[in-house]
Design a protein around this ligand. Structure first.
Ligand code: NDP
Length: 385
């Protein structure tokens, strides 16, 4: 029986993870749940899964939850509470599904503790990639990727020698603006950007999918996870989101990973690895007629993807700077204060203005994040409507 600490349990990934846990009562149980402000959903989750430790955003939320629950778990709060859930002594597995750079310290601590860490929080790998690798080595545990493309690559690469690999190719749906002309993209509204054609996700990652920054972050994530440089990572736009990744071998052949576009599949892959057992998602429907398309990404209409490759090539803290500027710009966009096209401009300006440095430790990564965030906020506030 695996006991799981779900960090970010009330989010899109967190809720899917709990569905996976529910589908495998004899194999998976919940040791701890950590969330932010959605206390109603957390209360329901606590009643269903009865975790021994629960973390909420504030002490006031903790008092509210204590009064609501029909049993008496340990209730903790804030960044310390999140950390306590990540390190719960009964949890052998941690699902890191907080959104944003706020997820870094808990992911790192769980890796250092030698847990199996299933990472959805791609920012942990983008901002602190090298540090996460060091924490993994120090702890001797496992790091498994929840992101569907990386879970696909993990499966495709199993048992392969690095010398056999010519390239890792991630697929991108292309987002809602895949076939829009540049002029229309520049003026895209919040509702248009939130209308993702193939995936249902949290708002931040949905905007990142519309700019293709999500794919850029995933390129950096792949480099960290699989130890390959930018010259061996490529992106293909595949609007149907059924092929999740491809591996090109040195003999010129490719292998593709195919499954339904449902995050419960990669989540189950990580939680139950290496076992493959029936779960909550039905087998792929090959009886249905299907058409798949593959196109090259257009970096003129989607410059964020090119900026992410630039940051990966620059190395050090450049990916952290890219990520921080993007988080700020997306938040401004979601509040209606910046235009869609301003997101890429904010990231570009921040990368130009904040110098990147070699990555030494977690405080330094978080400092690069803070400096980039401060610059991006000032830049965005000047432009804000
Ligand atoms: P959501 O916005 O849906 O959920 C985020 C979760 O994090 C919520 O539970 C939220 O709590 C919690 N949270 C946010 N900040 C804090 C904090 N400071 N302390 C504790 N909890 C916090 O995001 P997603 O589930 O979509 O994404 C989560 C991560 O997974 C992201 O890094 C994303 O890039 C990645 N990912 C997501 C995919 C998807 O399909 N959604 C696919 C691949 C990767 P609350 O809501 O209670 O405030």
């Amino acid at each position: 029986m695996r006991k799981v600490a779900v960090l970010g349990s009330t989010g899109s990934i967190g809720c899917s993870a709990l569905e996976v846990v529910k589908a495998h009562p004899g194999r998976l149980a919940v040791a701890a749940l950590a969330a932010g402000r959605n206390r109603d959903r957390l209360r329901e989750q606590c009643e269903s899964f009865r975790p021994a430790r629960v973390s909420v955003a504030t002490e006031e939320d903790a008092r509210w939850l204590e009064a609501q629950l029909s049993y008496k778990p340990e209730i903790v709060s804030g960044a310390e509470g999140l950390m306590a859930c990540a390190l719960h002594e009964d949890a052998d597995t941690v699902l890191a599904a907080i959104v944003g750079a706020a997820g870094l310290p808990s992911t790192e601590a769980a890796l250092r503790k030698g847990r199996r860490v299933c990472v959805a929080n791609k920012e942990s790998l983008v901002v602190g990639g090298e540090l996460m690798r060091r924490a993994l080595e120090a702890g001797g545990g496992e790091l498994l990727p929840v992101d569907s493309e990386h879970a696909a690559l993990h499966q495709l690469l199993a048992g392969r020698a690095p010398a056999d690999i010519a390239e890792l190719r991630l697929t991108a749906s292309g987002g809602p603006f895949r076939d829009w002309p540049l002029d229309r993209i520049r003026a895209a509204t919040r509702d248009e950007a939130l209308n993702h054609p193939t995936w249902k996700m949290g708002p931040k990652i949905t905007i990142d999918s519309a700019t293709l920054m999500n794919k850029g972050l995933e390129v950096i994530e792949a480099s960290v996870l699989f130890g390959v440089g930018p010259e061996k990572i490529a992106v293909t736009v595949h609007a149907q989101s059924q092929v999740h990744a491809m591996v090109g071998f040195t003999d010129g052949t490719y292998q593709l990973q195919v499954c339904a576009n449902d995050m419960k599949l990669p989540i189950q892959y990580c939680l139950l690895h290496p076992d493959k057992v029936p779960g909550p998602v039905p087998p792929y429907g090959w009886d249905q007629a299907r058409s798949w398309t593959f196109e090259a990404p257009d970096l003129e209409r989607f410059p964020c993807l090119g900026l992410a490759f630039d940051a990966l090539r620059a190395g050090g803290t450049a990916p952290a700077i890219l990520n921080a500027a993007n988080e700020v710009a997306v938040a401004f966009f979601l509040e209606g204060r910046l235009s869609f096209w301003d997101i890429q401009a904010c990231v570009r300006e921040t990368l130009n203005a904040v110098p990147s440095e070699p990555m030494l430790d977690l405080p330094q990564a978080l400092d690069a994040d803070r400096r980039a965030r401060a610059f991006a906020e000032t830049w965005a506030a000047r432009l804000a409507r």
